[in-house]
Design a protein around this ligand. Structure first.
Ligand code: KIV
Ligand code: ZN
Length: 512
């Protein structure tokens, strides 16, 4: 029989939890919109008790996204559950996801609770959550290192208390496929009331086995998989959504399962997540890496030309890979732009469309051909990623060469006044960033910086992505595109600086 596998996406919770990934509420909403287009069944939008920003993000997603269940995470304590409910209650299909650790090591050292106390807390939490919310999921954190008999017992009790989904996380990515499959089979056979609940799995990738473990669990009776776009998440990440889904789609002969995922939306959402989190996707990453469908060896190219299936088990189109496809040109009008953006999953109101159109026209003057990647960059900079420009770039001048000390002069606008400074550096980029620091007086450390060409061609735009750390250790991302890579870098740096200013409502120590 062909069953449906429920795809539970936790990019906005477990994915966002990893250092340096933090997203603002606008960015979370845009990712949620694309996840809705992708047709995921459940979006875990965040951990509402974790911070006011997290709460607002979950609430906004719950208020806006109608096509899927919206879940909010909560520990097994009343205040977490209430906060989660406050955020998700706007959804048409809300779910409270409550968790507590069940392994001896976590119970003894982290929670300092006895198994009986953990059991009691779990049951109470599920019972309370069920009073507030029509659907409740319970997770036994570190399940793969828990004692099986205890797991059966806690699952039986939470199902009695009303949990409709029981989740089996391999929290530290320790399990091996056969062993994890066996655990699911044993849960199915030994939890007496299991037919009243759905079995879910949540695998981490510390040994590179998150997808393999999830697939083995499906073979053994799991019907929900928790995963993230591009596999982002704590430490080595979570099971990647795109790999899990495409394995199920491509090897129906083995799994006999279907999902509701519209796989042609995989590539656009992967690019959006990478752009907004600042985590680039490795070129050889399965399904969404730049080289995933590139055939370099002559013998492979010859084979592909004769018969595609010689070296391709999926088509690039099936995952929405239309990279480098020319979409619009200098003479394209507002209507053509609007249609193309809608095809890409962006529905903009008149005012936003006008802003994007203006930027598009300016770019089309500099660059003959406009590709999907160019449009994505405009939308993300002008709409999704828009934050108040506390500091605006007015002017820069850079002096560099192979036998010169690179120097940069930068002028910024701040509260309608002009501030100018100059600095030397190891290179032109370093000099420009130092000149900006001299104006803002921020003490920042650049922790990550990369520039890449967005599309092919000599006139391609360069996209600069960087991360900076402020004095308190917080990480801020900035990204910008331009046909001039130095300008892209300076604007990306200012984006990150403006994020700091915006986040802290900072009174700037600027000297006039
Ligand atoms: O990895 C984990 O155990 C989790 C739970 C909260 C589900 O993320
Ligand atoms: Zn996790």
């Amino acid at each position: 029989m062909i069953d449906n596998i429920v795809i539970f996406d936790t990019t906005l919770r477990d994915g966002e939890q990893c250092p340096g990934a933090s997203l603002n509420t606008n960015e979370k909403l845009e990712i949620a919109r694309q996840l809705e287009n992708l047709n995921v069944d459940v979006i875990e939008a965040g951990f509402p008790i974790a911070s006011p920003g997290d709460f607002e993000g979950v609430k906004l997603v719950a208020q806006t996204i109608k096509g899927c269940t919206i879940a909010g995470l909560a520990r097994t304590v009343k205040k977490d559950i209430e906060r989660a409910w406050e955020a998700i209650k706007y959804s048409e299909r809300p779910r409270i996801h409550t968790f507590i650790a069940t392994s001896p090591i976590h119970m003894q050292y982290k929670l300092q609770l006895s198994p009986e106390q953990v059991l009691e807390q779990a049951v109470e939490a599920v019972r309370y959550a069920c009073k507030l919310c029509p659907e409740v999921e319970f997770s036994a954190e570190d399940a793969s290192r828990s004692e099986k008999k205890f797991l059966y017992r806690i699952f039986e009790e939470v199902i009695k208390a009303g949990a409709a989904i029981i989740n089996v996380p391999d929290t530290v990515g320790y399990a091996q496929p056969e062993e994890f499959g066996r655990l699911i089979k044993d849960i199915k056979e030994n939890v007496f009331n299991i037919e009243k609940a759905m079995i879910s799995v949540h695998c981490h990738n510390d040994l590179g086995l998150a997808v393999a473990n999830s697939l083995e669990a499906i073979k053994n009776g799991a019907t929900q998989v928790e995963c993230t776009i591009n596999g982002i998440g704590e430490r080595a990440g979570n099971a990647s959504l795109e790999e899990t889904v495409m394995a199920l789609h491509t090897r129906k002969d083995i799994y006999h399962k279907v999902t509701r995922i519209n796989s042609t939306q995989i590539y656009p959402v992967s690019r959006l997540v990478s752009k907004l989190t600042g985590f680039t996707v490795q070129p050889n990453k399965a399904i969404v890496g730049k080289n995933a469908f590139a055939h370099e060896a002559g013998i492979h190219q010859a084979g592909i030309l004769k018969e595609r299936t010689t070296y391709e088990i999926m088509t690039p189109q099936s995952v929405g890979l239309e990279s480098n496809s020319l979409v619009l040109g200098k003479h394209s009008g507002r209507h053509a732009l609007k249609n193309k953006l809608e095809e890409m999953g962006y529905t903009l109101d008149k005012e936003k469309l006008n802003e994007v159109f203006e930027k598009f026209k300016r770019l089309a003057d500099k660059k003959k051909e406009i590709f999907i990647e160019d449009l994505e960059a405009i939308v993300s900079e002008e709409i999704i990623d828009k934050i108040p420009e506390t500091f605006q770039l007015d002017y820069f001048h850079i002096n560099t060469g192979n036998n010169t000390l690179p120097t940069a002069t930068v002028r910024l606008l701040y509260q309608d006044k002009k501030f100018e400074d100059a600095a030397c550096g190891d290179g032109p980029v370093d000099a420009s960033f130092k000149a900006i620091d001299r104006i803002t007086k921020f003490k920042l450390k650049l922790v990550d910086y990369n520039v890449r060409a967005l599309t092919r061609g000599k006139d391609a735009q360069g996209e600069a992505t960087l991360k900076i750390r402020d004095e308190k250790g917080n990480i801020f991302t900035g990204r910008s595109t331009s046909t001039d890579t130095l300008e892209a870098s300076i604007r990306a740096y200012l984006k990150a600086v403006n994020r700091i200013a915006y986040n802290s409502q900072f009174q700037l120590p600027i000297v006039s």
